[in-house]
Design a protein around this ligand. Structure first.
Ligand code: M6R
Length: 365
């Protein structure tokens, strides 16, 4: 049942406010994150010296956001490793390394094998899985289920944002286990997390505006997506989404790295999506954007809030994102990027839910 939408992907995008709520709410007690039901001991979260996230594709991109959160808010070193590469790089994992395996299906063989390897090395483990009872859930010591419900479209949307929701909760639980935040800080963070569904609804109401932005990309051969820090992490996911279902070549690039070679590829024909949501990075991001504009690129700007911009006319499109604390801005941005990919694919007349060459579950290494 596609719920009246032409494709499952659109239905699943629209479901996000609800399923985020269903993932977060049962894990809040007295305003604090709580994993008693999962049995996760605080001792495990308090004692690890580093964290290693193993995952593939979209799930790995969720891990990158988790890395930013945990490093900046908890101060523990986090590596995010592509599961398919994990075992071939002589990984250094041991009982002081908490391994977090992330997988929607819970059946991705690369992730499963990497997890088993880490467990043999003595690492404690938590998996974040959507499908109940899946192999990865069974192979890990503890499991946190994302309550996204069945995800049918090959392109992952609600699984990704519910994985993020779990990572926000886990970060806050780590702060409790390690006695790091003040009551005030915890309260603000948890209130912001619970505001995510309403903020997502607000973005979803701008569907038609986002559809018009997608229209400007229909005939593009290449698209670039640029940003720094968390903005870069979310663009990696947005770019994968666009490639996967629209077959347009797209690259997410850290804006500061562009001028070390890749900017040579940017011409007047290249749409560039720039995301600017992190206060401390804003001035650098805006000056990197000027560099691509001076090569004639058409820049589509996704920016937090209503602040005035110099020369509004030089932007091909501007989308104003609702304001959240910087670390939560990936949530509204992800909806915009999912919808852009969706509308490009839809308007090209492609099979959005079943892109060529792809399977929902990858069970070969
Ligand atoms: O089921 P998993 O989360 O382990 O799957 C991992 C990737 O295959 C998956 O996220 C893939 O990248 C998606 N099709 C992206 O939309």
């Amino acid at each position: 049942d596609k719920g009246g939408y032409p494709f499952y992907m659109e239905k699943e995008i629209m479901e996000q406010p609800r399923v985020i709520g269903e993932t977060v709410k049962p894990r809040i007690k007295d305003g604090k994150p709580d994993f008693t039901a999962e049995g996760i001991p605080d001792e495990m979260l308090a004692s690890c010296r580093r964290i290693c996230v193993i995952a593939c594709g979209t799930a790995m991109h969720a891990g990158l956001v988790g890395k930013s959160l945990i490093q900046s808010l908890i101060g523990i070193h986090v590596d995010v490793v592509m599961a398919s590469e994990f075992m071939y790089n002589d990984p250094i994992v041991d009982k002081t390394t908490l391994v977090i395996a992330i997988s929607q299906s819970g059946e991705t063989i690369d992730t499963l094998e990497a997890l088993k390897f880490a467990r043999k090395c003595g690492s404690p483990s938590i998996s974040i899985v959507n499908v109940k009872g899946a192999s990865i859930a069974r192979a890990s010591e503890y499991v946190i289920y994302t309550n996204a419900g069945p995800e049918i479209a090959v392109a992952s949307t609600k699984a990704y944002t519910t994985q993020l929701a779990v990572l926000y909760l886990l970060t806050a639980r780590m702060a409790i286990a390690r006695k790091l935040w003040s009551d005030e800080q915890m309260k603000e963070y948890m209130e912001e997390l619970q505001r995510v569904p309403a903020v997502m609804e607000e973005v979803l109401k701008s569907k038609e505006e986002i559809h018009h932005i997608a229209d400007t990309m229909l005939n593009a051969r290449d698209v670039f997506m640029i940003g720094r820090g968390l903005d870069y992490s979310i663009l990696l996911e947005g770019s994968l989404k666009l490639k996967e279902i629209s077959y347009i070549h797209s690259e997410a690039y850290a804006s500061g790295e562009l001028k070390h070679g890749t900017i040579a590829l940017i011409t007047e024909e290249t749409p560039v999506i720039a995301v600017v949501t992190q206060d401390k990075l804003k001035s650098k991001e805006l000056s990197n954007i000027k560099e691509v504009q001076s090569r004639g690129a058409r820049v589509i700007l996704l920016i937090k809030g209503q602040e005035e911009l110099e020369q509004e006319k030089i932007w091909s499109r501007i989308f104003r994102l609702p304001v959240m604390k910087d670390e939560f801005m990936v949530m509204p941005v992800s909806i915009v990027l999912q919808l852009i990919a969706y509308y490009v694919s839809l308007d090209k007349g492609l099979d959005v839910d079943k892109p060529r060459n792809l399977a929902k579950v990858v069970t070969v290494e």
